[in-house]
Design a protein. Structure first.
Lengths: 276, 492
């Protein structure tokens, strides 16, 4: 009997520990949402408690300021993720399925890149973008994001494609499928969870990227969300309600993505998509 | 299996290259070209635009100091790394040269540059006891059946005894090189036990010789005449790396605890709940934490409510650090006055040069990375419940289960995360740029190397110099990656 009791006690401790960790993890979320509905007086009186009335106009105010940033960022991120998929799927297919002359060289050409820290490249990259007159355009962001994002994806997707049974490709070849058709009719449908995991991770990274947009973008209307948020944080120091509403709005696209892909994402992580 | 295509068949199969051509072109233009350009321009005084004057290695001299010292040290380091895992006599000699020679050389050089500041000989008793402890520890570790535990424990003890010496009035660099030297003498005078199959001393010797090289590089950084801000930035980075190392533990613990839950349903739901905080974008999370650390923010409130603030104030008062209470005021204050001050205290954590680094360490409490937890959980999934029951029967404790059952399964992920963490922390500066702009925080305390590079290039207009700092960082990361590949093997 005492053994059983000890076991239950141990379980309770485990649950308490996890609940504590979860509570701490949710705390920023809670505070963000709570404060987003406060005006100045409410914030001073009860900063961390739910107060009524809930000021929805904070959201309208924040949305007015951030609308352009949100659209810019969604456009840049979605385009970059899709383009990265196209490039990395094709390249990974090439490396997984064929041993062409120069294959090794090309592989190391990408491999070395994983060692190269972005920090050393930043200054010359900026100068390059400048001389290509890409500064202050979205192309600059996309092209750098696609270049940086595809390398890791090629590595993971290569392993994934090598694990696809050979028979599928053989059958397709007998039916006269060109390599490009094999990519889009065999590899693409099979790699849903891996691609969504990779895509989400890349999307999160791009959504938060700060330094490149900061140095590349000049016009206020072209800024991405990360830069816009920091700018807002600096300008609206006292208006916490509007600021937190802005933060909440910046989180909403993520919520949407997670709602639609969460199952695939958790599955992809579990399947070892990013295990290395 | 992959299809082999010979050189002759290329005539028919050449379109296949088109699959990889766009990627390769992009990479060549936007990764390799800038990298080459960085190397090229690091030899120029360049403002990023039109003015470009060849100045040879002057950029590197400005950041690093005398290049010949560095080149010599680098050669020794490379020989060391090359020989570190070979078993022959020459390699052993090399290890001994690095492990004993480098700290000794360092001591001699330091004695000439900077004599010992006020050494209290009575205090030498403490480190002597510590060294006896180290010696006993080495003897004990030779009996333990683990290759990893030796070097890790040795590292911890070196750190401890070195800091004790440093507090005695020795310059820390001097103290640590003495420390490493004595540990080296111990390691090289002890004999490996021939009846044991695994040579335990070997791992520790490798570690010790690496530490010897590290000590020397540290000394070069301080005394070779390089840019002061760069090296103070590296020491900040070192602190952050150590902090991040500790911060890896909560994720592992959480994953293990979730995995050990008996109920499958609870396990699933926790897993889902852990994904939810991930939807806060990192930028928002960062700004929220900045908000917490405001003078009137949540962090101070929590500290005051839990009484931790009082403890901190008392430590500050008794230790006469002068961080929270000015030293002048402290001399006239009583304990009750200190407590009173603590109960209304609202220090600006991100505004004070003494508090900004602790704030960065506390940042993100409870340090559970959601992606990390999910990846560890994926590794842990394969454990059968029966293994736990067997361990229970054998009377293995909770920690023993972790060491013997769970850790081996997630070791690969832990190591990869470790390497990624170190590389990431080394080039971290975005967060500081967001919080403080390009000034590097209060008194430039957080001027990390990356930020120094950013500032040189985009604020001061020394693009060539910025390129050279970038290359130093790149090289450092390359060396770390190489060390990792050699010493941290990933068993599949």
């Amino acid at each position: 009997m005492s053994m059983r009791r000890k076991e239950i006690l141990a379980e309770v401790w485990k649950h308490l520990f996890i609940v504590f960790i979860l509570a701490m993890a949710f705390l920023p979320l809670y505070i963000m949402i709570i404060i987003s509905g406060k005006d100045g007086a409410q914030f001073v009186a009860h900063p961390f408690r739910l107060t009524f009335p809930f000021h929805w106009e904070n959201y309208a105010h924040a949305w007015g300021m951030m609308r352009a940033y949100v659209f810019n960022t969604v456009f840049v991120c979605v385009t970059s993720v899709v383009l990265t998929f196209v490039l990395s799927l094709n390249a990974a297919f090439f490396f997984a399925r064929y041993r062409m002359p120069g294959h090794k060289f090309l592989w190391y050409f990408f491999l070395v890149l994983m060692l190269m820290p972005g920090v050393a490249n930043l200054v010359p990259l900026f100068m390059l973008l400048k001389s290509l007159s890409l500064l202050n355009t979205f192309y600059a962001l996309m092209v750098v994001y696609v270049t940086g994002g595809q390398v890791v994806q090629i590595f993971i997707l290569r392993n994934f494609i090598e694990d696809i049974p050979q028979d599928l490709f053989d059958a397709a070849e007998v039916d006269g499928a060109t390599p490009i058709k094999q990519v889009y009719h065999i590899v693409l449908p099979m790699s849903g969870s891996v691609l969504s995991t990779l895509g989400i991770l890349q999307f999160i990274g791009l959504w938060n990227d700060y330094i490149l947009p900061l140095i590349v973008m000049r016009d206020d209307s072209m800024l991405t969300l990360a830069v816009g948020l920091v700018r807002m944080d600096g300008e609206y120091v006292k208006d916490w309600g509007a600021l937190m509403s802005g933060f909440t709005i910046a989180s909403i696209p993520m919520v949407l993505i997670f709602l639609f892909t969460m199952r695939l994402f958790v599955k992809g992580l579990a399947a070892g998509a990013v295990k290395g | 299996m992959a299809k082999d295509i010979s050189l002759k068949q290329v005539v028919t199969y050449w379109p296949l290259y088109l699959f990889v051509l766009p990627s390769a072109l992009l990479v060549a233009t936007f990764s390799y070209f800038p990298a080459g350009s960085a190397i090229y321009h690091s030899a120029f005084r360049w403002n990023g635009n039109s003015i470009k004057i060849f100045i040879g290695s002057a950029n590197f001299q400005k950041s690093l100091g005398t290049p010949s010292y560095w080149i010599a040290t680098l050669i020794v380091t490379m020989i060391m790394i090359y020989h570190s895992q070979k078993g022959n006599t020459f390699s052993s000699v090399m290890k001994m040269v690095c492990g004993l020679g480098m700290p000794l050389l360092n001591l001699i050089i330091l004695l000439r540059i900077r004599p010992i500041e006020s050494l209290n000989y009575m205090d030498a008793v403490v480190p002597a006891i510590v060294w006896v402890g180290v010696w006993l520890l080495i003897r004990w570790l030779m009996d333990v059946d683990s290759e990893v535990r030796g070097p890790v424990t040795l590292a911890l003890f070196l750190l401890g005894s070195g800091s004790v010496l440093g507090h005695m009035g020795l310059h820390p660099n001097f103290a640590w090189s003495l420390d490493v030297l004595i540990a080296g003498i111990m390691l090289w005078t002890l004999r490996d036990k021939p009846e044991k199959r695994v040579y335990k001393l070997e791992g520790m010797r490798i570690f010790q010789s690496l530490a010897g090289v590290g000590i020397f590089v540290w000394s070069l950084a301080l005394h070779a005449g390089g840019e002061v801000a760069l090296w103070s930035g590296f020491s900040v980075i070192m602190v952050l790396v150590l902090a991040n190392l500790v911060k890896m533990l909560p994720s592992i613990t959480t994953a293990v605890v979730v995995n050990r839950l008996k109920s499958e349903k609870a396990n699933y739901w926790y897993r889902v709940l852990f994904v939810v905080p991930m939807i806060i974008p990192g930028m928002v999370y960062l700004l929220l934490w900045k908000f917490f650390f405001e003078s009137g923010g949540l962090f101070n409130l929590v500290l005051r409510k839990t009484g931790i603030m009082h403890v901190i104030y008392l430590i500050d008062f008794w230790g006469e650090k002068g961080v929270f209470i000015g030293l002048k005021e402290a001399s006239t204050m009583t304990v009750s006055q200190v407590m009173e001050a603590a109960s209304v205290a609202a220090p600006a954590w991100l505004g004070s040069p003494d508090l900004v680094l602790p704030a960065f360490i506390i940042w993100g409490f409870p340090w559970v990375g959601v992606v990390g937890v999910l990846i560890y959980l994926a590794g842990l999934q394969s454990i059968d419940q029966a293994i736990y029951e067997a361990a229970d029967l054998d009377g293995v404790g909770a920690f023993g289960k972790f060491l013997n059952i769970e850790l081996p399964l997630i070791l690969t992920q832990v190591r990869i995360n470790l390497v990624l963490m170190i590389i990431g922390t080394l080039q971290m500066y975005g967060m500081i740029l967001i919080l403080f702009g390009d000034s590097g925080g209060p008194n430039g305390k957080m001027m990390v190397p990356g930020l120094l590079m950013f500032r040189s290039a985009f604020v001061e207009g020394y693009a060539g110099y910025a390129c050279s700092i970038g290359l130093v960082l790149f090289f450092l990361i390359l060396v770390l990656t190489e060390i990792n590949n050699r010493f941290v093997r990933v068993e599949k």
